[in-house]
Design a protein around this ligand. Structure first.
Ligand code: PGA
Length: 251
């Protein structure tokens, strides 16, 4: 049985004081969330404050990116040790916005995934096709390359730690959700790739989240699919009641 995981990706939203308010409201809404892994991913500047707010709860904190390097002359980057000191447990890697606007490639994303695992941070590896890929019938091809390259040389026993987020780019922030059938199909396809890469045990254990306009009113149906193990939530994660409703749909 895979435990469901709901993560809020706050993207470039919320100052420290706003983040404290949002995290506090989420904490009030989710007094008992032991049935689901709940992760809040604020911007770097608010990680410490959010960690402090949720410190005595089961809610954990994630970051939205991380350097693949240890330390040194990498202007603007943030390392694993900087995150771990702030009690970060998860790190979103290879989000489509980073692939698109900051030209992150599978090679670098794979380096980050391996660095995170080596340092006991749990990567949330994002994959997903663009609209033109889907329309051209290339969804599986695109997703397969991202999964195989992003998880290259990751050992089978790491799959209990890492999370994959399937996020069709055309569904992110657009209000267009993949239907539960469309999402399930790709999730099952991804699990099949993992089985081929590292075996059935790892494929059965790895959690695959759906992301892309997941909201309180579509969450239950998506989360009921056999290969959908949670959600990576953008817009709806900025509202405590909506986010909590999605977490409750996963219970
Ligand atoms: P959305 O974003 O829920 O606003 O579509 C999801 C994501 O980008 O992780």
């Amino acid at each position: 049985m895979r435990k469901k995981i709901i993560a809020g990706n706050w993207k470039m939203n919320k100052t420290v004081s706003e983040a404290v308010d949002l995290a506090s409201a989420i904490k009030r809404e989710l007094a008992d969330c032991s049935a689901v892994d709940v992760v809040l991913c604020p911007p770097f500047t608010a990680v410490k404050a959010v960690s402090d707010v949720v410190s005595e709860t089961l809610i954990t904190v994630g970051a939205q990116n991380m350097s693949s390097e240890e330390n040194g002359a990498y202007t603007g980057e943030i390392s694993h040790s900087m995150l771990k000191e702030l009690f970060v447990r998860y790190v979103i890697l290879g989000h489509s916005e980073r692939r698109e606007y900051y030209k992150e490639t599978d090679f670098w994303i794979n380096k980050k995934v391996k660095k995170a695992l080596e340092k006991n941070l749990r990567p949330i590896l994002c994959v997903g096709e663009k609209l033109e890929d889907r329309e051209a019938g290339n969804t599986e091809k695109v997703v397969e390359v991202q999964v195989r390259e992003g998880l290259k040389d990751v050992p089978a026993d790491a799959y209990t730690e890492l999370v994959i987020a399937y996020e069709p780019v055309w569904a992110i922030g657009t209000g267009k959700t993949a239907t539960s059938e469309q999402a399930q199909e790709v999730h099952a396809f991804i699990r099949g790739i993992i089985k081929d890469m590292v075996g059935k045990e790892a494929a059965d254990a790895v959690r695959i989240q759906y992301g892309g306009s997941m909201k309180p009113d579509n969450a239950a149906e998506l989360l009921a699919q056999p290969d959908i193990d949670g959600g990576l939530i953008g817009g709806a994660a900025l509202d405590a009641k909506s986010f909590a409703a999605i977490v409750k749909a996963a219970m």
